[in-house]
Structure formats: structure tokens, C-alpha cells
Design a protein around this ligand. Structure first.
Ligand code: ATP
Ligand code: MG
Length: 426
């Protein structure tokens, strides 16, 4: 036998037993964005490497260590997208969707980062993201936060996530802050790990973002970004906080929250959970007013977020919030005998026409009654329709309840339809 080929480490199959939860999440997200009037955008998964280098920043985890970059056959450097914002801005610029316009967009799809695979951290993972262009004020920041809060409500996980909020201020404010931060970090140089020592000169803000607990401990009393905000950013931030207060959205101001990508300014936020162990951030976002221009477009403000869908699926499972996930089948249609086979197919088709949301599995492959009932049971269906040649000649089906202690009954398909309709609409 030849050796089986395995999937790439960190790139997972989503098996039929798991896709139900995924579809539940995806459908919930589609309904959510529709209810806010956002439009979907779909971008390619491969882009020029320069796009990510320029937008995310050279001195970031993603660009330094995590990108899947390769030369294609023409020798062009291409990268599997590690996130969606850069591609979205690139597409918006390229197609003239941004300047002097307002866009409220969303996307969902696979992202690629060469990280160490572990629970909640994979090399191919999926993000749902939102990007809004052309709006300056804290009202839209509040809207995108509100939208995420509504999703937690919908999914039943609102008590298990908390919102962390910060402002990075203007570029100038950040430059001023960097001076204070570098001075502070230099005094603790020996307590930093090698990565942070390097970043102290190349990108000091990134040190605040370090995942190393020793580094985190060493910088607990680092100067606060919020003390260095410019007036306009401070006003924007208090405008956002005020709105969230009015809307009853709780948050914790975390002056150390800087995010792992260079393009943010002003508002940054993360939703974190303690239900997932180390990989606790389920959603992250913020404002990126300079990015459109930085990528060659005309100045247009932007704000958005991305959430890690694997982490949400893990949470739904860990918190046992999967009761609304649809079972795969409602009705299993058996057929014993040649006449029965035709009548069974007709019956199944008639049910599908009358009740489009009913899930009907038709038995295929023959076999005796016992074998067919075994399949019916394994399918998870609530009802089995037993159809033999007798039923076929009388144009009736015998309805057997598979999950309830109720007697079997025979009826016409016309009588069965309203019965199943009340069950499906329950
Ligand atoms: P982390 O701090 O966990 O590395 P990040 O700051 O790199 O996250 P972002 O680039 O902000 O993450 O991506 C937004 C969200 O996407 C994260 O909050 C997380 O939920 C999810 N995510 C990021 N990287 C991965 C990954 N490798 N596997 C699964 N989900 C991920
Ligand atoms: Mg990361």
C-alpha cells in the first residue's frame, strides 16, 4: 500500500460532524451584518507581498515570522493573506470605492500564518471582519463595537467575553509617547527578552504587546499611552466611551492595548475570554485613518475588526452553546420492494417541494427492513417513513417516531405534510 498523504500541520479539515457549528456561526454572522446594512466584499487569498509589508508593518510578528511568502513562476513575491484589512483597502483603492464615499463592508474567509499550532492557533484559520470607510467620528466606532456585542448576545456568550478599549492617539502623540516609553524600557533592558530588546529600537510599542509573561511583569508600570493623547484623540475617545456607557456596553480601559499591527491609530479594542486558556482574544479591531493613503489611495478614515472563527467555535463547544445547531436530518425515507422504491422517491420529492426547510434523507442501496432501520436511526432523523409495496399500492406511508415513544401511524402524504410542517416550524 502506498503511504497516505496527510494535511499540512496547522491546516485543518472541517469534518461533517463539525460543519453544523460552523454553519450556525456563519449564518448568525450573515444575519448580523445584514441587520446593520453592511455589504459583503470578497478578496483573493493571495496578494503581493509588498501589500502586507507596507500595511501591517515590517517590524511585527506577522511580517517578521508568520507570512506564507513564495515566488510564483514569474518570480513575483506573493503571500497568502494573513489578515483581511490590507486586501480590503487594496481592493477599495483599486476599484475607487473609498475616497469621498462611505462604505460599510464585511468579509469572511481563510487567513494564513505560520505560527506554532496549538488550541485556538492554527496556520490556516478563518476570520469574519468588518471594515468601514469614510467616517471619522466616534459614532461609527461605537456601532462596530455594538455589532460585536450583539453577536455575543445572539450566540449566548455575552457573559463570557469582556471588552478592552484603548486609544493610540495620533501619529504625533504616539511619537511623543514612544520617547517616554523607550526611556522607561531602557532602564529595564535586562528584564526584556531578546525579541523585546530588538523591538525597543525598531518598534517600541510592540514591546507592550509581548506575550512573554516575564516581559509583561517587567513592564507593569510602563507609562500610559492615554496620558500622551492629543486633544482631538482624547475627545474622540471620550466620545466613544460616553456612547458605550449610554448603550450599556461594559468595557475596561486597558492603556497597554496596542494591537499587533502598525496601521492602527486612535481607537483600538479587543474582546477577550477566559474560556479558551491562552488564546483568549476572540475579536480585535480599531481605527486606521492613515492606511488608505499609506496604500496609495486618497486620505479616507477607516475602522474595523476581525474575529477568529475557530476560537468562537471552540467557545460555543466549551460552553455547550450548540443546542441551536441544526441536526442534519429530519426524515429518513425507507423503501422495501420495487414499487415501493419509486413511491418512496416520489414521496421524498413531494415533501421537499412542500417543505423546503425539511431535511429528507432517502435510503439508497437496498437491504432488509432491519438494515434500513439501523441507517434511519444512525442518521439522527426524528421520523422514519416506512414504505413497502403495500404502502405503495395504497399510496400511504407508515410514520415511525424514532426519538419519541409514540405509536406508528399510517397516512397519506397529503396528511403527513401539515403534520411535519408544525414540527419543522416549532
Ligand atoms: P494573537 O494575539 O492571538 O496572536 P493577533 O493579534 O495576532 O492575535 P489579529 O491579527 O488581531 O490577531 O487577528 C484577529 C483575530 O483573529 C484574533 O483575535 C484571533 O481571534 C484570530 N487569530 C489570529 N491569529 C490566529 C491563528 N493563528 N489561529 C486562529 N485564530 C487566529
Ligand atoms: Mg498573532
Amino acid at each position: 500500500m502506498s503511504k497516505q498523504i496527510q494535511a499540512i500541520r496547522g491546516m485543518n479539515d472541517c469534518l461533517p460532524s463539525q460543519t453544523g457549528v460552523w454553519q450556525y456561526l456563519e449564518n448568525g454572522i450573515r444575519d448580523l451584518v445584514a441587520s446593520y446594512g453592511y455589504q459583503e466584499i470578497r478578496m483573493p487569498v493571495v496578494e503581493s507581498t509588498d501589500l502586507f509589508k507596507r500595511s501591517i508593518g515590517e517590524v511585527t510578528d506577522i511580517v517578521e515570522k508568520e507570512m506564507y511568502t513564495f515566488d510564483d513562476r514569474n518570480g513575483d513575491s506573493l503571500t497568502l493573506r494573513p489578515e483581511g484589512t490590507a486586501s480590503c483597502v487594496r481592493a477599495g483603492n483599486q476599484h475607487g470605492l473609498l475616497y469621498n464615499q462611505q462604505q460599510r463592508l464585511w468579509y469572511m474567509g481563510p487567513m494564513f500564518r505560520h505560527e506554532r499550532p496549538q488550541k485556538g492557533r492554527y496556520r490556516q484559520f478563518h476570520q469574519f471582519g468588518v471594515e468601514v470607510f469614510g467616517l471619522n467620528g466616534p459614532d461609527i466606532d461605537a456601532e462596530v463595537v455594538l455589532m460585536t456585542a450583539r453577536l455575543w448576545q445572539k450566540l449566548g456568550m455575552a457573559e463570557h467575553v469582556t471588552l478592552e478599549l484603548n486609544s493610540l492617539g495620533s501619529n504625533q502623540a504616539r511619537e511623543n509617547y514612544k520617547v517616554a516609553l523607550v526611556e522607561y524600557l531602557q532602564a529595564r533592558y535586562d528584564l526584556l527578552d531578546e525579541d523585546s530588546q530588538k523591538r525597543l529600537t525598531s518598534n517600541p510599542l510592540r514591546v507592550l504587546d509581548s506575550k512573554n509573561p516575564d516581559v509583561q511583569a517587567a513592564i507593569v508600570d510602563a507609562p500610559s499611552l492615554l496620558d500622551h493623547l492629543d486633544d482631538e484623540s482624547a475627545e474622540h475617545f471620550s466620545g466613544l466611551c460616553e456612547r458605550l456607557d449610554q448603550l450599556g456596553i461594559q468595557y475596561r480601559v486597558n492603556p497597554r492595548l496596542v494591537r499587533g499591527l502598525d496601521y492602527y491609530n486612535r481607537t483600538v479594542f479587543e474582546w477577550v475570554t477566559s474560556s479558551l486558556g491562552a488564546q483568549g482574544t476572540v475579536c480585535a479591531g480599531g481605527r486606521y485613518d492613515g492606511l488608505v493613503e499609506h496604500l496609495g489611495g486618497k486620505g479616507t478614515p477607516g475602522v474595523g475588526f476581525a474575529m477568529g472563527m475557530e476560537r468562537l467555535v471552540l467557545m460555543l463547544e466549551a460552553l455547550e452553546l450548540t443546542d441551536k445547531v441544526a441536526d442534519s436530518v429530519d426524515v429518513y425515507v425507507t423503501a422495501m420492494g420495487d414499487n415501493a422504491a419509486v413511491f418512496a422517491i416520489q414521496t421524498a420529492e413531494q415533501l421537499r417541494s412542500a417543505l423546503p426547510t425539511l431535511r429528507v434523507l432517502s435510503h439508497c442501496g437496498g437491504g432488509n427492513f432491519k438494515k434500513q432501520m439501523k441507517r434511519a436511526d444512525a442518521s439522527g432523523a426524528k421520523w422514519a417513513l416506512l414504505i413497502g409495496d403495500d404502502e405503495a399500492s395504497q399510496q400511504q406511508v407508515a410514520v415511525k417516531y424514532l426519538r419519541e415513544d409514540k405509536p406508528q401511524i399510517s397516512m397519506t402524504v397529503d396528511a403527513l405534510i401539515p403534520l411535519l410542517r408544525t414540527e419543522v416550524e416549532k
